[in-house]
Design a protein. Structure first.
Length: 242
């Protein structure tokens, strides 16, 4: 629809930190006779943005799985679910500037190596050649990001143990290892502070690494899995002491 209003289409709909939908309008929208058309335009743009975000999420998950070295089906299925869940959360979008690679350490092997093949398609995701002018986290496009000094960080998470036939404990292990790594990283701290509301940003900044890790696990929705991990570790320790 054509409109002579300069503000037409300026109504925005976005996902909040807790998953709620927030619609932002202007004060003059209350008396505007084109507000229904403007809302319809905004809804269509939001749906298109969600489709692009979903495609981007699937590309990142595929790239992580391709580059990771996973030896067991138990860890592989848990990793796939973990990635899908964190990238679906608003705070998970922060991780689009961090390429996570998982390496399951072979059991009973003293030495082990990790080879990471960086393909052309991987570099396209890293550099963001096909992204829009800005993503849903509010970061500028890749051409403008170079001045931030943050770059794109490749992070390797070692999985040195697992719990056969205990899916929740394995999920808790993966979530804890990722959260522990990110919670202690200054680059991630900066990325988190840019997207969190002011009050939460202050609490997150002043918390120690352990509290940040637990906070991330809670926001990603893995507290039950963390509890299963802690219970399993406690059982193993009791067996050793017996």
């Amino acid at each position: 629809m054509e409109s002579d209003k300069d503000c037409f289409g300026s109504i925005t709909t976005m996902d909040g930190v807790e998953g709620q939908t927030v619609t932002r309008t202007r004060s003059e929208c209350q008396s505007c006779d084109q507000i229904k058309d403007c809302l319809r335009e905004s809804k269509q743009s939001s749906e298109e943005a969600r489709e692009r975000q979903e495609l981007r999420k699937q590309e990142m998950i595929t790239r992580v799985i391709d580059l990771s070295q996973i030896l067991s089906n138990d860890i592989g299925s848990c990793l796939l679910e973990f990635l899908s869940r964190i990238y679906s959360r608003p705070l998970g979008e922060v991780l689009f500037k961090n390429l996570l690679i998982f390496y399951e350490v072979p059991k009973n092997r003293f030495f082990s190596t990790l080879a990471i093949p960086i393909t052309r398609s991987t570099m396209e995701i890293v550099l963001g050649h096909e992204r829009d002018e800005s993503d849903s986290c509010g970061y500028p496009a890749s051409g403008d990001r170079r001045g931030t000094g943050d770059g794109f960080v490749l992070r390797i998470i070692l999985i040195q143990k697992s719990f056969p036939a205990h899916r929740k404990a394995n999920m808790g292990l993966i979530a804890y290892e990722v959260a522990r790594m990110l919670a202690a990283d200054k680059i991630v701290l900066k990325q988190m502070l840019e997207v969190l509301p002011e009050a939460e940003a202050g609490n997150f900044k002043n918390a120690d690494a352990e509290r940040r890790a637990r906070w991330l696990i809670e926001r990603w929705g893995f507290l039950d899995e963390l509890g299963a991990l802690q219970k399993e570790l406690a059982l193993q320790n009791n067996k050793k002491d017996a």
